[in-house]
Ligand binder design. Sequence first.
Ligand code: 5GP
Ligand code: ZN
Length: 114
Amino acid sequence: MSDCIFCKIVKEEIPSTRVYEDEFVIGFRDLNPLAKEHLLFIHRDHSKDINDLSDANPAQLSDVFKAISSYSKSSGLASSGFRVVTNLGSDGCQTVFHTHFHVLGGEKLGGFGS
Ligand code: 5GP
Ligand code: ZN
């Protein structure tokens, strides 16, 4: 989508610090990190949110999770652990409407289960 900032990041029209890329997926650093390590993983193809993606192209979910798995193992993030979060809609506080998965780690995270 032409007015989507994450599509612009995919096309490198907006700069980002990429940590991962393959044929389907890119991973890059969040502009406003909420943890020592805060990455965003997105499919190169535009979808609005996880429901949109699951309806239209559910295989993209495995593309993204394979990428997260690969990155987390090669970067060492998986050895200490991490959290994956996706927000949807208003109550979920979604602000960018290109499906994305926050990968948070690099330190002990508060919140869920602690
Ligand atoms: P949401 O609230 O939609 O789940 O998350 C959107 C995330 O995108 C936020 O954490 C925000 O900091 C990040 N973000 C927004 N614009 C940009 C940008 O231009 N570059 C990068 N790297 N991250 C962005
Ligand atoms: Zn997009």
